[in-house]
Design a protein around this ligand. Structure first.
Ligand SMILES: Nc1ncnc2c1ncn2[C@@H]1O[C@H](COP(=O)(O)OP(=O)(O)OP(=O)(O)O)[C@@H](O)[C@H]1O
Ligand SMILES: [Mg+2]
Length: 415
């Protein structure tokens, strides 16, 4: 199946800052792809290029088979987009705002009304559908933004930080909804987030973004193999024993050769004590397990569980970023060694490749500012020309008064 998003060497520069650096990305029908990265990593810039809201400096993108730089309106008609800050006409109700979007997308009124009832139900806004959106909470606006992205029944949903304002229970509901849409309608979702737990729980594949580059990509398992194997995590469960003090057991676990850290975790069972053991990088895990078993036997404690923890996305992420920084620093140093300014490497920073990665390899490179190994820099306020607000279709301003522009108005103001 044709991917719904495909980019080749997609790059965006703002003066000497490379916001997105040689991005190769594919999102296929029926998958949720998570762009994970810290503030300033380049997630929103990537999304804006995919929607034709900002032009790439070089490279190319295909979205639903179209070039967004040349067909921005057609792309926006076929792609549901939730921007990082949603805006609606405050003097219109939720339902009226969605009708407006539907009309701009050429959906006829009867079909639109039925669709709007459905999407409002999906985001759990039915009972507020007929109040003005300037009375909505931030989370409600974000839910309405998701409904707005769904109104046109898109093949692809692009969601920029979709749940930042939504409460924890709402987040679970929204993520379930995304899963259902993907499963039942074969939709593809590209979402950006810096919330590791969310990305881990909902995404089929993950792209780890740092300083404008995708430094790792694949399923959680694939990423774990690339970035997670250095230090294993073990879970040790021990039957609670009245005669023994758990902190004494912890001290003995901590003293085992190869144990970097033993952390007690609380569990619902009060007849069992549990620790997470982080094995020191490079220490042989089987030997550590053996030592744990011997210590427990010597202490006359009964083992309830000894298992290996899959690495968390947080660990993977931390390691991926650390590795990219290390490689960046090395690249800058070797450029300096041959007497070139570090900036001379700016166009060839994608050399280092993870040899174990197979097809889903990790591209590791140096940070975007040549010679600066510390990562992204703050956005220069004066240079900020990005669209202030962008919904899926022509811009709406969050205000009490409806701007003097109607359907059929031109595309959003471009930077
Ligand atoms: N219009 C602009 N002019 C100059 N620099 C910009 C502009 N837009 C973005 N940048 C810079 O590009 C880099 C990437 O920004 P971007 O908004 O894509 O990051 P992000 O990953 O979406 O971050 P966040 O998690 O904070 O939303 C940042 O260093 C930012 O300062
Ligand atoms: Mg962003």
């Amino acid at each position: 199946m044709e991917p719904l998003v495909r980019t080749r060497n997609l790059t965006k520069r703002y003066d000497d800052l490379v916001a997105v650096d040689g991005l190769d990305l594919e999102v296929r029908p029926g998958e949720i792809f998570g762009l994970l990265g810290q503030n300033g990593a380049g997630k929103t810039t990537t999304i804006l290029m995919l929607l034709g809201l900002t032009e790439p400096t070089s490279g190319e993108a295909r979205v639903v088979g179209l070039d967004p730089a040349r067909n921005p309106l057609e792309v926006k008609r076929r792609v549901g987009y939730l921007p990082d800050s949603v805006g609606f006409y405050g003097d219109l109700t939720g339902r009226e705002n969605l009708r407006y979007t539907a009309r701009l997308n050429g959906i006829d009124r009867a079909e639109a009304d039925a669709r709007i009832v459905e999407v409002l139900g999906q985001v759990d806004l039915t009972n507020r559908a007929d109040t003005r959106t300037d009375t909505y909470s931030r989370g409600m606006l974000q839910r309405l933004g998701i409904a707005d992205a769904l109104v046109k029944d898109p093949a692809l949903l692009i969601l920029d930080e979709p749940t930042t304002a939504i409460d924890p229970i709402g987040v679970v509901e929204i993520l379930d909804l995304l899963r259902r849409l993907v499963r039942e309608h074969g939709l593809a979702v590209l979402l950006s987030s810096h919330l590791l737990g969310q990305v881990q729980s909902v995404c089929d594949r993950i792209g780890i973004f740092a300083a404008g580059q995708l430094i790792g990509r694949g399923s959680l398992d694939q990423l774990a193999r690339q970035f997670g194997e250095e230090a294993a995590e073990l879970t040790v469960g021990v039957e609670a024993d009245r005669a023994t003090d758990p902190s004494a057991v912890e001290a003995r676990l901590q003293a085992i050769d190869g144990v970097a850290r033993a952390t007690r975790v609380s569990t619902v069972q009060d007849n069992e004590w549990t620790w997470h053991i982080r094995v020191r990088a490079g220490a042989p895990e089987p030997a550590v397990r053996g030592a744990i078993l011997r210590m427990l036997a010597d202490s006359s404690l009964r083992l309830a569980d000894l298992s290996r923890q899959p690495p968390s996305l947080e660990d993977i992420y931390r390691r991926a970023v650390a590795r990219a920084r290390l490689d960046g620093a090395q690249a800058a140093r070797s450029a300096a060694d041959v007497g070139k300014p570090a900036g001379a490497t700016a166009t060839s920073r994608r050399g280092a490749t993870d040899s174990r990665g197979g097809r889903e390899h990790a591209d590791v490179g140096d940070p975007r500012r040549a010679g600066d190994a510390t990562g992204p820099s703050p956005r220069p306020a004066s240079a900020d020309t990005r669209p202030r607000k962008s919904t899926g279709m022509p811009s709406r301003v969050k205000s009490r008064h409806r701007p003097q522009r109607g359907p059929g108005a031109g595309p959003e103001t471009r930077p």
